[in-house]
Unconditional design. Sequence first.
Length: 455
Amino acid sequence: MGKGKRFFIETYGCEMNKSDSLDIAVSLERQGYVRTSDALEADVVVINTCSVRRHAEQRVYGRLGYYRGLKKSGRKDRAIVLAGCMAQRLGREAQRRFPEIAVVAGTSHNLRIPLYLSEYQNTKIPVAKTKLGGYEFSRPEDRRPEGHHAWVTIIKGCSNYCSYCIVPYVRGPELSKPSGDITAEVDALVDRGVTEITLLGQNVNAYGKDSGDISFADLLERLDHISGLRWIRFLTSHPKDFDVDVIRRISGLGKVCRHFHLPLQSGSDRVLSLMNRGYSIRHYMSIVEALNRFVGDFAITTDIIVGFPTETDEDFKKTLSVYEEVGFDDAFTYRYSKRPHIAAGALDGEVDPAVAQDRLERLIDVVRRTEDEKNRSLLGEECEVLVVKKSRKNPSEFLAKTEHGKLVACRPTGGRPTADAPAFGPGSFIRVRIEGISGKTLRGSEVLRRYALSD
Ligand code: SF4
């Protein structure tokens, strides 16, 4: 179908979108398309989009304008595919604004993009498919990991309807992937050299609830038994579904990383209720207490929105105070962005953009200070890290990450690799001593145990 034709993918937004782009790439390759890293030589350009924030959509409009310019000045036959959340939201409207878009493929249609391209090539009539539901998950045998790490989507969609979020409207309700397919996929990935996986979903804790399959904790337990797999991470958790039982079960699993990303969003119960988050600060703190009691040494990161409609300075101070009390390791911080459909759009009490910006900056100061304090407390400590890649800035260094998700720039000790202690490279687990900090990155040296010293 696409024999020898080249495709280029650009991806915006979250990890889910990055994972979807891998699925799109595989579906195109199965039909004979060949991936290129140069958009200018591509026959097909796929723009996998995000709708969560206005700014993300504006960037995509900019890119569509760029490709329109290329079409006018050069090749007329390059096919543009709009995929992802923005494609789902706009549907045919996207083609009315940009007639050069050959295919609009909504979020449930990623794996059918080659089919739609072929339809377009045969008829020259633009295709738009946005019917939600009936997600197709990629097949285990299609997974082609790049390196030691792989994303594994376990649940798609979201049924939560947080009042500020467009995701349920553009991705549809939750749909869990069958647990047997997940274990087969992880088995296949481990056979291909993967040692670390991240389970993905808008709300991984809801896994299995829609389908009656095993629970999220059961799934973790099953994956924990896969030999050759070393680290299991997961993203994103929802505090309302993250309970003491899951935490107790995780505490007995050796491969689940002790790093939890648990979006707080606000420290005010009043704002949380307007956000339709389904939990109180008391519940959130009970999770933190359970993590302390059952897991002990762990990292916790979060997401926070400031400037949500009606948020007062009092509400914002509560957010700062909860942040300090939990002692988060890091946070993604955002200013509220009004989107189509969302319930919060109907709320009165818009926060002055200058006030919201000021709150964001105050929050970022606290985030940076707390992170720095936490990083400093690690100086002199030894820990295991997974080597990710060679540093681009300094070729004698590698970038690695700890179980807690912290980035460490590390140097090999030197010496000659042996059969017992092979040279380290991407995918190796080594022990390092933390010796310094630059910005957000820790600096460390390999502890002398992986090499036999040179004569
Ligand atoms: S849980 Fe809430 S914030 Fe997360 S994707 Fe679902 S609706 Fe959006």
